[in-house]
Write a protein that binds this ligand. Structure first.
Ligand code: ADP
Ligand code: MG
Length: 472
C-alpha cells in the first residue's frame, strides 16, 4: 500500500509540473513495481507509453520522483499488459486520477468570502465554463454576440435594455452567463445578478408568502446589472409580471443595465402584459438563428479541440450534416464519442457514428444522401479530389497515395492547392488527408503550383476548368 501512496504523490507532482495535454496523452495506467533507495521501477501499460516516457519525460519524472523519494538516482519503466486487467490492484489510472485531482484543487480554491458572494448574487446556477471567449460566432449570431460584448465592455452606456431571442439550445444562456462572468470580472464592486424568469417567480411567490416583499424590492433596487434568462416563463403570471414591471422601471430610470433572453420574437410574446412587453421593446433586440453546415462543423471541431479530442474530418462532416437542430445536440454526440473512446479506446469512425446516430434517432443515410443533401452548396475535400480525378482521368487513390511519377504529381499538387486556397484548409488538415506526406511537402506543393500557374497559362486553364466543374 505504501508504494501505492508514493506513486500517487509522484503523479500529483507530475500533474502540477506537466502540460495538461502531455499528461493526458502520454500517461495511462501505471503502478510502482519496485523502489529501492536509488532506483525506482514503474510498470506501465504499453511499449508506446514506455518509449515516450523514456524519451520525452525521463528528467521530469526523475525530478518529481525525487520529491517523494529523495535518494533516488535512476528510474526505469517496464511494460506489463496485465495492468489493464481490472483485478490489478495498486494501479493508478492517470486520466481519472487527473480528473479527481483537478476537482479537489478547484474545491479547495473557493473561500468563505466567495461563498458569501455567490449566495448573495444567487450565482449558484452560473456555469463558469461559459465565456465570451468560447462562444463561437457565426453569421446569424454575430449581432447578438457583438451586442453582448459591447454591453460587457461598457454597461449602462451602450445598449439598454438588451434583448436576445432565439430557439432553444442555440446559446442564449451561454451568452447571458458569459456576460455575467465578464461584467463580474471587470466591475468587481458592482452588483451583478443573473436569474431566470422561473427563479424570479419562485422568489416572488415565496416573498409574498413570507410577507417579505419589501426585502425583495430592496434587493433588486441595489442591482447594477440585471440579467434575466427565459422570460417566456413569465407567461400568464400577472402578479409576477407586475412586480417585474416595477423593478424594471426603477432600474431603467436609474440607468441600470438590463439584459433579457426569450425564446420568441417580441411580437409573439402575446401572453405577456402589453405594458411589460412594451418595456421590453424599448431596447435593442437581437436574434440567434440555427447554425448552417459549415458552422456546425466548426462548432464540433472547436468543442472537440476544447476537450482535446480528435475527430476525423469525414466523421465530423457526417455529424455536421446530420445533427442539424442546435448546438446542444452536437455537444451531446461529441460527449457520446468521447465516452465511448474512454471506455473502449475505439476512436470515432463513420460506420460507428452512423450506427450511434441512428440509435439516438437522427435520420441518417451513410450511403450518400447526407452528401447529396449538402452538395449543392457545400463542398468537402472529397468533391475536390473527385473533380481532379475526373478531369485527369486518373483514380482517386493515385492522387492520394500515388508515387512520385510526374503524371500524378501535378493532379496532386492541384488538389492540395485548391484545398488550401479555395477551401481555406490548414496545411495540417491537408496532410491528414494525404496521409504519409508531411507538413513541409504540402507547403512545398502548394507554393510550387502557385508559381507554375503564374507562368503556365495552359495549366492555369486546367485549374480553372476543374474549379468551374464544381462551382468552386
Ligand atoms: P439556450 O439557452 O439558447 O437554450 P444554451 O446556451 O443552453 O442554449 O446552449 C446549449 C449548449 O450549446 C450549451 O452547452 C452551450 O455552451 C452550447 N452553445 C450554444 N451556442 C454556442 C456557441 N455559439 N458557441 C459555443 N457553444 C455554444
Ligand atoms: Mg437557456
Amino acid at each position: 500500500m505504501e508504494k501505492h501512496y508514493k506513486l500517487k504523490n509522484i503523479i500529483t507532482f507530475l500533474i502540477d509540473d506537466l502540460k495538461k495535454q502531455d499528461f493526458l496523452v502520454y500517461f495511462r495506467k501505471m503502478s510502482l513495481l519496485d523502489a529501492t533507495d536509488t532506483k525506482v521501477t514503474f510498470w506501465v501499460v504499453s511499449a508506446f507509453m514506455k518509449d515516450n516516457l523514456e524519451a520525452k519525460f525521463y528528467d521530469q519524472i526523475l525530478q518529481n520522483t525525487k520529491k517523494e523519494i529523495p535518494t533516488v538516482e535512476r528510474i526505469e519503466f517496464k511494460v506489463d499488459q496485465n495492468i489493464d486487467n481490472p483485478s490489478s490492484t495498486n494501479v493508478v489510472d492517470c486520466a481519472s486520477f487527473y480528473k479527481t485531482n483537478a476537482k479537489a484543487k478547484k474545491a479547495k480554491k473557493i473561500s468563505w468570502n466567495d461563498i458569501m458572494n455567490i449566495s448573495w448574487k444567487t450565482a449558484k446556477c452560473i456555469n463558469d465554463r461559459y465565456s465570451l471567449n468560447n462562444f463561437i460566432v457565426w453569421g446569424d449570431n454575430q449581432l447578438a454576440f457583438s451586442a453582448a460584448e459591447a454591453v460587457c465592455k461598457n454597461p449602462w452606456h451602450s445598449y439598454n435594455p438588451l434583448y436576445i431571442y432565439g430557439d432553444v439550445w442555440l446559446g442564449k444562456t451561454h451568452l447571458l452567463q458569459a456576460a455575467w462572468n465578464a461584467v463580474m470580472k471587470k466591475f468587481k464592486d458592482k452588483n451583478v445578478m443573473y436569474t431566470t424568469a422561473d427563479k424570479f417567480i419562485t422568489e416572488y411567490v415565496t416573498s409574498v408568502k413570507k410577507r417579505s416583499i419589501e426585502r425583495l424590492r430592496l434587493k433588486y433596487r441595489e442591482i447594477d446589472v440585471l440579467i434575466i434568462d427565459d422570460v417566456q416563463f413569465l407567461a400568464k403570471k400577472e402578479q409576477t409580471q407586475n412586480e417585474l414591471y416595477n423593478i424594471f422601471n426603477l432600474l431603467y430610470d436609474s440607468n441600470k443595465q438590463i439584459i433579457i433572453s426569450w425564446d420568441r420574437a417580441p411580437k409573439e410574446l402575446t401572453e405577456l402584459e402589453p405594458r411589460l412587453r412594451s418595456r421590453f421593446e424599448w431596447g435593442i433586440t437581437v436574434d440567434i438563428w440555427k447554425p448552417d453546415f459549415e458552422t456546425r462543423l466548426a462548432i464540433l471541431q472547436e468543442k472537440a479541440r476544447e476537450r482535446e479530442f480528435m475527430i476525423p474530418q469525414d466523421v465530423a462532416e457526417f455529424i455536421a450534416a446530420n445533427v442539424v437542430e442546435n448546438v446542444r445536440e452536437l455537444e451531446w454526440v461529441l460527449n457520446q464519442m468521447i465516452a465511448e473512446y474512454e471506455l473502449t479506446w475505439n476512436g470515432p469512425t463513420l460506420l460507428r457514428i452512423s450506427a450511434q446516430l441512428k440509435k439516438l434517432s437522427f435520420t441518417t443515410d451513410l450511403l450518400g444522401s447526407w452528401k447529396s443533401k449538402e452538395r449543392t452548396t457545400i463542398k468537402s475535400y472529397e468533391d475536390i479530389i473527385d473533380a481532379v480525378s475526373n478531369h485527369f482521368w486518373i483514380e482517386r487513390e493515385w492522387i492520394l497515395w500515388g508515387n512520385r511519377r510526374k503524371e500524378f504529381m501535378i493532379p496532386r499538387q492541384i488538389t492540395m492547392y485548391l484545398l488550401k486556397t479555395k477551401m481555406n484548409y490548414t496545411y495540417e488538415r491537408i496532410w491528414n488527408i494525404f496521409s504519409g506526406r508531411n507538413h513541409a511537402s504540402v507547403l512545398y506543393s502548394c507554393n510550387k503550383l502557385q508559381k507554375i500557374i503564374k507562368k503556365d497559362q495552359v495549366l492555369l486553364q486546367e485549374v480553372n476548368r476543374i474549379r468551374d466543374s464544381i462551382w468552386l
